[in-house]
Design a protein around this ligand. Sequence first.
Ligand SMILES: Nc1ncnc2c1ncn2[C@@H]1O[C@H](COP(=O)(O)OP(=O)(O)O)[C@@H](O)[C@H]1O
Ligand SMILES: O=C(OP(=O)(O)O)[C@H](O)COP(=O)(O)O
Length: 402
Amino acid sequence: MRRTTMTQFKTLDDADVTGKRVLLRVDLNVPIKDGEVGDRTRIERILPTIREIADKGGRVILLAHFGRPKGQPNPEMSLEPLAPVLSQMLGTPVGFADDCIGPVAAGIVAALKDGNVVLLENTRFHAGEEKNDEEFASQLASLGDIFVNDAFSAAHRAHASTEGLARHLPSYAGRTMQAELEALEKGLGNPERPVVAVVGGAKVSTKIDLLSNLVTRVDALVIGGGMANTFLAAQGIDVGKSLCEHDLADTARAILDAAKTAGCEIVLPVDAVVAGEFKAGAANETVAVGAVPADAMILDAGPKTVDLVSGWLDKAKTLVWNGPLGAFEIEPFDAATMAAARHAARRTKAGDLVSVAGGGDTVAALNQAGVADDFTYVSTAGGAFLEWMEGKPLPGVEVLKA
Ligand SMILES: Nc1ncnc2c1ncn2[C@@H]1O[C@H](COP(=O)(O)OP(=O)(O)O)[C@@H](O)[C@H]1O
Ligand SMILES: O=C(OP(=O)(O)O)[C@H](O)COP(=O)(O)O
């Protein structure tokens, strides 16, 4: 189906971290529910790298983004609440600096002792992060002696803390970065057909372009969640107030054409659970996709769609899944995602399916269904995982090879 040769970058095995200031890029873009961290998988996965560096006497300076604050400080997207969570999970104090560059960051880094850990504020509070600005990258670089990237799930972004920084400092892959690439290669390097991809979720504009390539690599593509609404609308179906990117209608139609050319079956919802508000327990009804009321929004796939998806999961030998089929965080709109997760898990346990799923919310959904351990592999990455599958070079990985 793809792919690159295995890892040609340096790892922590090659790094001398003792007494060094180690800028460690991690992905703390975790689901937050009622002000609390929901699913902790992304944090759990970075603990071994943090511990290894700290145990070897390195000074760990954590860099991460949260949400999409568009280059401006935004208290709602502060990483500060993550510091006590990290501290509790690591079993060691984790300091916090409320800026990732400048005197505040420099001061807290200068005070670090060997084995200490500090978290710096959201890198995306500076416009230079997403622009991969040289000056911003060099300001980050001035805080460290070496750079370790353990954020595979952000490796598809050519940002200052995922890509630019690696051109300023000696750079290494962290243990999670290494493990993700090895596991994906093992699970999907040479997949058994039919390969069925399921793509849902809410990040429509950033993921839709990937689909035109994905359809050339898989036998069927199930489109669900918010992503499906854009495709339904592109076919002239009224989706009411649903999450939908109407200006991507042409892109959606081009993907449908590309799928036809490639012989990839596209599976779209045939029915939907709709509600007037995005709220747990909101009054809802199940309707055919052609009958969504103008003042309602699609929040889940309906039972006929669930049957359709199950049928494709039965045909599949390999499943690649990113993005939930509905707003699974709020009941009862979790039904389709839970049903598909459990169905795929059953087939995997029976030895009939290789199932690889990824994405912050997708992992949370699998944990909510209680089946994450039954999947062949669960990646922390969503968009990066899909881009890896397409064979697209990931900037955050490529720069480590340079
Ligand atoms: N029909 C829908 N309407 C609104 N939001 C949806 C819908 N279906 C799924 N979602 C939302 O998609 C989000 C996950 O999307 P995304 O970030 O793309 O996935 P991942 O993090 O797994 O890559 C969830 O918060 C979920 O509530
Ligand atoms: O959560 C992430 O991606 P994902 O939702 O595709 O898994 C990563 O942290 C990247 O975030 P971004 O899509 O805002 O660049």
